[in-house]
Design a protein around this ligand. Structure first.
Ligand code: ADP
Ligand code: MG
Length: 316
């Protein structure tokens, strides 16, 4: 789609070095960002995950030029935002956290208006393509006030695309959206990424980052506490869960024996053991149960998820 944007030599869509930001609010200093360093590769689906107030929107707003930074160096698609302000802005499309659409214009009109704002020549406009991509073709000529919540969100994404940026930033795109609609939006975002667009998404929904993103930075109180691909992040946690269903309820001695492997919970005939896979093998646990002569009816294992990683990183 975006032929005019040749990838930077280092293949980095966004480079953030030593970024800091302090807000001053009625003489109180708020350290919103402290020494943030991030590299986001071209083509990735990148997640910026953190609780409310972590500093996610501050990063996005600095990238978009609506908030100033105190210190740090930022490049967007190889363009330094201080020395190439205008060009660097053209490389990103930001979908803001608040829903701001004009109820009295049709989606098509709004995209045309937006294209006008960005001085996109009529011939180069791809309004219909964007409407199609965001599944808004059917509603292209209806009043926007008649759009559903999901359609409004998609229209905002569409608006961020009119100037053909290689990077789209979504700031909490599904906050307050019900689960069904959220999953539909996820499909739309995945499609955009498949088209070759680099996507940066901020969210406080762990499941959202886990489902969509291949690289994730976890931000907490203005600091990056983890930054890796999803697989490595999950490896940070030495945790596995084994669930065993016995034929009869296990007795006290067996429960005591199992407790030595890790936290053990019993619900009638079902036993759940949370253990460290680097220290305990499943084989060892099963041998102990066999020694007690109990018949196993079913077995299930569960791995750590992003929530475990998040909790362990932000509670220390
Ligand atoms: P997030 O998007 O992760 O929820 P924000 O970047 O919005 O977090 O906020 C980070 C911190 O900066 C919070 O403590 C917030 O209260 C503060 N903050 C954000 N914007 C402003 C502002 N305009 N003035 C003062 N403080 C702000
Ligand atoms: Mg925010």
């Amino acid at each position: 789609m975006h032929k005019k944007w040749i990838k930077p030599k280092n293949n980095l869509a966004i480079e953030i070095q030593d970024l800091s930001k302090t807000y001053i609010n009625s003489q109180k200093k708020i350290h919103a960002l402290s020494n943030i360093n991030l590299n986001i590769k071209c083509g990735s689906f990148y997640g910026l995950l953190g609780p409310n107030g972590a500093g996610k929107s501050t990063i996005i707003n600095i990238l978009g030029g609506t908030t100033t930074k105190d210190t740090g160096k930022i490049k967007i698609w190889g363009l330094n935002i201080d020395t190439h302000r205008k060009q660097s802005k053209l490389a990103i499309g930001i979908v803001p956290q608040e829903l701001n659409i004009d109820a009295f214009f049709t989606p098509k009109d709004q995209l045309e208006l937006q294209a006008g704002l960005f001085n996109v020549p009529k011939k180069q406009r791809v309004t219909d393509y964007i409407l199609e991509l965001m599944e808004l073709t059917e509603k292209a000529n209806s009043y926007s006030r008649n759009l559903s919540g999901g359609m409004r969100r998609r229209l905002l994404v569409a608006k961020a695309m009119v100037h053909n940026p290689p990077i789209i930033i979504l700031d909490e795109p599904t906050a307050g959206v019900d689960i069904e609609l959220r999953k539909k939006l996820w499909d739309n975002f995945k499609k955009l990424n498949k088209e070759g667009i680099t996507i940066i998404l901020t969210t406080h929904y762990l499941e959202e980052a886990e489902t969509l993103c291949d690289e994730i930075a976890i931000i907490h109180k203005g600091e990056i506490v983890a930054n890796d691909n999803k697989k490595n992040l999950l490896k940070l946690i030495d945790k596995k869960i084994l669930i065993i269903k016995f034929e009869v309820s296990p007795n006290k001695t067996l429960i005591n024996a199992l407790s030595r492997f890790g936290e053990t919970k019993i619900l009638k005939k079902v036993c759940q053991i949370t253990f460290k896979p680097t220290k305990v093998s499943i084989d060892k646990i099963l041998k102990v149960t066999k020694n007690h002569g109990l018949t196993i009816l079913d077995l299930q294992t569960k791995d750590a998820n992003l929530e475990d990683v998040f909790i362990s990183l932000t509670q220390n």
